[in-house]
Design a protein around this ligand. Structure first.
Ligand SMILES: *Cc1c(COP(=O)(O)O)cnc(C)c1O
Length: 458
């Protein structure tokens, strides 16, 4: 008999989680103003809000934590982190930050100014927030295939070179500080970018003298997809692929809460000494001295180990195959999901799931609330709430896709949990025709509204 797949780890410590009743959940949602971010974690049975900072550290990481060096300047833990980052990415200059958006804040303080445009592939929400906060614009150059959830193209995170060149041709060079490549592409469904595409972006950008930076929160998952899907990459190690990928960039911002396998942290890594020196000043104002930048020494020590673990094939296989397992179950039950299944999450297509809910009533949010009521599972809306209003016209922006993201924390849940989630989504799908009313906004902030928006039944 062919042996089935089994995880390359065993469990050393467990955390209890609790079930609740439907009546309790309905009450809690009302108290939370129908915003899943307002729930207490104890009110959630399986938490798929995000894969950010929610994973389990290994015994080796916990051991490293105990050896952290808490010196204010020049700590050994910083040096360990710096040499690990340089070995994996090739970038020699490192600035730790307290998380990914802080890395964006520091780097963009140096590079982005009013009136600039930053082309890229579906910029992440905080990234777009930091660009627009500086009165600059993010221009999405993702390939069109990304917006057809049934298109099986293997690299739906790719940048459309024609769209990118159009941006380069239609704006003066001084107004294009860099092109930003997000690996994997979160907003369009955890979809990877091919090495070939990254290389072509570099060549095109060189032609116009524009730097290339990576938003690299899930760079290891991207490298795994390259290894599995791109021609000629099968025999290469994840670390070799990462090294080549980063060789096409001038620097990166990182949210260590994703492929750093830690609960908090981020960093900027750079090739250019001048950018590093300017960014160092902003790090000191916003984050802390340049050898800790908002991170404890012990957290940098655990991150150094996490980066090595996250770039091992066996770990990535267990990670990506669990997400795929959930996705395939949902496909089996007839639920419309984005295909191919992404790296960190399964994205349910709310527009075809809930055809009776108009876009003004937030179909993906409505689906998220229904799934919580059904089974105590918390996902997150990737749709109109997240897309915010246009900064100038203040009109709602309706993105091409309206998705409910079920993000899977790393090394945290078992496949029994995946079975439970799939059954719950299927139950909501069975009663989809009875769901005829969505939600309306009662109160919202000026930017990044999805975190704090208050809603009520429409
Ligand atoms: C999470 C994330 C960020 C922001 O990082 P935080 O650590 O949450 O501040 C930026 N870009 C991408 C692609 C991300 O996934």
């Amino acid at each position: 008999m062919k042996l089935p797949y089994a995880e390359p780890f065993r469990i050393k410590m467990v955390e209890n989680i609790q079930q609740s009743t439907r009546e309790q959940r309905e009450q809690w949602l009302k108290e939370a103003d129908y915003n899943l971010f307002n729930l207490k974690s104890s009110q959630v049975f399986i938490d798929l809000l995000t894969d950010s900072g929610t994973g389990a550290m290994s015994d080796q990481q916990w051991a490293a934590l105990m050896t952290g060096d808490e010196s204010y300047a020049g700590s050994r833990s910083f040096q360990e982190l710096q040499s690990t980052v340089e070995r994996i990415t090739g970038f020699p200059y490192l600035l730790p930050t307290h998380q990914g958006r802080a890395a964006e804040n520091v780097l963009f303080s140096v590079l982005v100014k009013e009136g600039d445009v930053v082309p890229g592939n579906s910029h992440f929400d905080t990234t777009k927030g930091h660009i627009e906060f500086r009165k600059a614009h993010a221009i999405d150059c993702t390939i069109d295939e990304a917006f057809d959830i049934n298109d099986l193209y293997p690299f739906k995170g790719n940048i459309d070179l024609n769209k990118l060149e159009e941006v380069y041709k239609s704006h003066p060079k001084e107004n294009i500080p860099f092109c930003l490549v997000t690996v994997t592409c979160n907003s369009s469904g955890g979809q990877p970018v091919s090495l070939e595409n990254i290389k072509a972006v570099r060549e095109l950008s060189n032609k116009y003298g524009i730097p290339v930076y990576f938003d690299s929160a899930r760079f290891a998952e991207n490298a795994y997809f390259v290894q599995q899907r791109e021609e000629g990459q099968k025999e290469r190690s994840i670390k070799e692929i990462c090294k080549e990928m980063f060789s096409y960039g001038d620097g990166m911002t990182m949210s260590s809460k994703k492929d750093g396998l830690v609960n908090i942290g981020g960093f900027i890594a750079l090739n250019n000494q001048e950018v590093f020196e300017k960014a160092s000043n902003f790090t000191i104002i916003y984050e802390g001295f340049i050898t800790y930048g908002g991170m404890a020494g012990r957290d940098m020590a655990a991150l150094a180990v996490g980066l090595d673990e996250a770039t091992e094939s066996a770990y990535l296989e267990s990670r990506i195959s669990q997400v795929e397992y959930l996705g395939n179950k949902l496909i089996e039950y007839g639920v419309p999901v984005q295909k191919p299944i992404g790296g960190h999450a399964v994205f349910v297509d709310a527009l075809s799931f809930l055809p009776n809910i108009s876009r003004e009533e937030f179909p993906a949010q409505t689906l998220g609330l229904e799934l919580y009521i059904e089974a105590g599972i918390r996902g997150v809306e990737i749709g109109t709430l997240l897309a915010d209003r246009d900064p100038e016209t203040r009109e709602n922006r309706y993105p091409k896709l309206e998705l409910l993201r079920l993000a899977i924390p790393r090394r945290t849940y078992t496949n029994n949990h995946m079975d439970y989630i799939a059954a719950a989504v299927s139950n909501v799908y069975e009663r989809r025709n009875d769901i005829t009313k969505g939600y309306k906004i009662v109160k919202e902030p000026a930017i990044l509204r999805h975190f704090t928006v208050k809603l009520d039944k429409a």
